[in-house]
Design a protein. Structure first.
Length: 334
């Protein structure tokens, strides 16, 4: 058998996570078992400290885990309502770019999305291997997947999730060859539950180092899926965390954490985002530059008293923890 030469090896796609600076040196995400941790422990060790973790055995009890790998089941239990589908990679941080960059990226985004009957979308998943993604399909009344609402739920240690402040309790992502560019959530905590197929995820903490490196790229390029490290040398020192979310797992993604997501193969996959409200002391933690910028946008609005109250609460919370000697977990990143 002839040896494989460098030219024979597959070239990473221009939007591949493998192109991110220092990808081979990415650190691991801490793993826990959903069957051996309590809600109180999870909140105390991860949510209160804004720390991500990979949760094994998180959604194996969901009917979706056993049924959604059959497209015939999904088609038989859904409406043929239209869903928004994209067939290209799109920036997730357009709103934070310079005005001229934002305008150009917004015009491009208009060419990426189209309204497609849901069953036509399902049929198209078996045709070709180009990206095809139905993002954020909700289980709301009258939606294409309303009838499958009972197929998803909570986690073993949190069977009932508190009502989120912004996002719906659950939303699904059905796809082939999916990639979601770097972004962060500014409200609500997320369990990225993998139902069908596996995904690779990179994460960066919402700290000053990440902000200083990525802010120029966001403002001047408008996207992060193919960073030019010569143009943006500050990104060369970034070292992400990396994990693979297998079917039945869930990745806990805290608010403000940067993350990018890519499917591990070109086959059909399904992800469900389950959300719950962010604790106020985390929302108001102005040590994060993202939190400062988000909260600052509301200072001259009718929400200003609420913003000031949340920030004050966060400061008092952290001070109280120091006084009682709670300390900070050794592995905490922020």
């Amino acid at each position: 058998m002839p040896l494989t030469t460098e030219s024979d090896r597959p070239v990473p796609k221009f939007w591949s996570l493998s192109r991110f600076p220092n990808h081979p040196e990415a650190g691991p995400v801490e793993e826990i078992d959903a069957l051996t941790i309590s809600s109180e422990q999870f909140t105390r060790q991860y949510v209160n400290y804004n720390r991500p973790c990979l949760i094994k055995n998180a959604v194996r009890h969901w009917p979706a885990f056993h049924k959604w790998n059959q497209l015939d089941y999904i088609k038989a239990h859904s409406r043929n309502s239209t869903v928004k589908v994209r067939s290209k990679i799109v920036s997730e941080v357009i709103g934070w770019s310079r005005p001229e960059v934002k305008a150009a990226m917004t015009e491009y985004a208009k060419t990426v999305f189209q309204e497609v009957p849901f069953h036509d979308f399902l049929d198209s998943l078996s045709e070709g291997d180009d990206p095809l993604v139905a993002d954020s399909c909700r289980f709301s009344k009258g939606s294409a997947i309303e009838q499958m609402k009972g197929d998803v739920g909570g986690l073993p240690f949190m069977p009932q999730l508190s009502k989120p402040r912004h996002y719906p309790p659950h939303r699904s992502f059905l796809y082939r060859n999916s990639y979601t560019d770097w972004h962060f959530h500014v409200i609500d905590e997320t369990f990225m539950a993998q139902v069908v197929g596996a995904k690779e995820v990179l994460l960066l903490p919402p700290d000053e180092a990440s902000w200083r490196a990525l802010r120029p790229v966001v403002e001047e390029a408008g996207y992060l899926y193919d960073i030019d490290t010569l143009r943006f040398p500050g990104t060369r020192g970034l070292h992400a965390l990396r994990t693979v979310v297998e079917p039945g797992d869930a990745l806990y993604i805290p608010v403000y954490w940067w993350h990018a997501v890519q499917s591990m193969d070109d086959a059909f996959g399904a992800t469900v985002a389950a959300t719950f409200p962010t604790p106020l002391h985390v929302s108001g933690d102005i040590r994060s530059p993202i939190a400062r910028r988000v909260l600052r946008t509301f200072l001259f609005s009718r929400y200003a008293p609420l913003v000031l109250g949340v920030v004050a609460y966060s400061l008092v919370y952290r001070l109280a923890r120091k006084l009682i000697g709670a300390g900070t977990p050794r592995d905490a990143r922020t």
